[in-house]
Design a protein around this ligand. Structure first.
Ligand code: ADP
Length: 375
């Protein structure tokens, strides 16, 4: 049998976990990344060492591969659209309204979906807004980079000078929790929606993800319906992470769309019948979708974030965490540690839906991982 080949633009942990899922689907993976130390290099079948935006390298990727997908959405759609014969999944058209946070908000609003009140920085009229508000760089924001909670006019002015192309301004949403849904769409339009999870961000960076959340069936259904509406309207092929704010009066607002595998879906590797990585590859390679449902009672995922500059591999801490019953530790083998850098993650699965126990486990992991009380 001739194995089919998927190309991935990017070589970080998301590409790495996709490469790990490929073998069971009889797929080969080629990645495009400039860094020989990237997580995915050791896991992919082949690497084209080139910058992510090197279009000639992506043309070579297209020659080697049946389909090309993305580790993240920070790509030059115009340049990619000129590569003859390249089949991108998701299709480039699915991404056009998502790369800029303002365009993304407009897209969601046009669909009639609930979003926070927003405007462009230079359209801000003081009378309609009050502090705190949120300023977001329109492009290339991730893990809180480019997202600022603004509490006074002086800070706002500084940000507006720093981002002359104008940022996205949003109301600050006093959410009670943040929720996320992963959902995938196949080339035939079939959609698979994963169970709703709760995500916990600190300083705008994801720290924990829980299943077993107390959420009415009506809200769960609403989130699944929103996911389906978005995927259909984008003509999406592949998986997507959709982040929500949940407010005290029971409303949900869509915060952000990530047209790719996402941190809030990492627990699907152990907790669901089909992991988000396998699901994305299934969609990209034209297969039918797998079952997204939970195969355990509950799960929690904890990110292992850098808290210092170091070259340590933290083997003692890792061993201690891996010894926790039900724990699955994923280590990304990054050669350099920086504060806030995602170095790995741990998922612990339980047989029963025990929320209090999940919180205890997350605290136990963080107590081992961080040298002092961090959360
Ligand atoms: P990124 O693209 O960096 O992930 P997000 O827009 O998802 O940026 O923001 C990161 C985090 O910042 C969110 O998960 C949330 O905790 C906080 N945040 C973002 N927008 C708002 C908002 N409008 N109101 C309150 N908190 C927000």
């Amino acid at each position: 049998m001739v194995l089919q080949r998927v190309g991935i633009i990017g070589g970080g942990q998301l590409a790495g976990m996709m490469a790990s899922a490929a073998a069971s689907l009889d797929l080969k993976i080629t990645i495009q990344t400039p860094n020989s130390t990237d997580t995915a290099v050791a896991l992919a079948d082949h690497t084209i060492f080139a910058e992510i935006d090197d279009v000639a390298a992506t043309a070579q990727l297209a020659e080697e591969c049946d389909w090309i997908t993305f580790e993240n959405e920070f790509v030059d759609l115009v340049a990619l659209s000129k590569i003859p014969g390249a089949v991108f999944r998701p299709p480039l058209n699915s991404l056009t309204s998502l790369l800029d946070k303002y365009d993304q908000r407009c897209f969601l609003q046009k669909l009639g979906l609930p979003v926070p009140k927003f405007c462009l920085g230079h359209d801000l009229t003081a009378a309609d807004w009050q502090f705190p508000l949120v300023f977001k760089a329109r492009r290339h924001g991730y893990d809180g980079q480019g997202t600022f909670i603004v509490r006074d006019a002086a800070t706002l002015k500084t940000l507006q000078q720093q981002f002359p192309e104008s940022g996205l301004i949003e109301e600050f949403v006093p959410f009670t929790c943040e929720l996320a849904v992963m959902a995938a769409r196949s080339i035939t339009g079939e959609i698979a929606v994963y169970p709703v999870v709760e995500t916990v961000q600190i300083n705008q960076v994801c720290q924990r993800v829980y299943t077993a959340i107390e959420l009415s069936q009506a809200v769960q259904t609403q989130l699944a319906e929103i996911a389906c509406t978005i995927l259909k309207n984008l003509d999406m092929v592949g998986i997507m992470g959709i982040e929500f704010f949940h407010t005290a009066d029971g409303q949900v607002l869509v915060n952000e769309l990530a047209p790719r595998t996402h941190n809030s879906g990492h627990l699907s590797i152990e907790a669901c019948a089909t992991s988000q990585f396998a699901q994305h590859l299934r969609a990209v390679s034209g297969k039918s979708l797998g079952d997204p449902s939970l195969t355990c009672g509950a799960a929690v995922m904890v990110n292992l974030l850098g808290y210092e500059e170091s070259t340590s591999d933290y083997s003692a801490q890792r061993q201690q965490i891996a010894a926790i019953p039900g724990a699955h530790l994923h280590w990304y083998h990054k050669p350099e540690v920086r504060p806030g850098r995602k170095l790995g993650h741990v998922t612990v699965i339980l047989e029963t839906a025990n929320r209090a126990r999940l919180i205890e486990l997350a605290e136990q992991i963080e107590a081992v991982w961080y040298p002092h009380e961090k959360i």
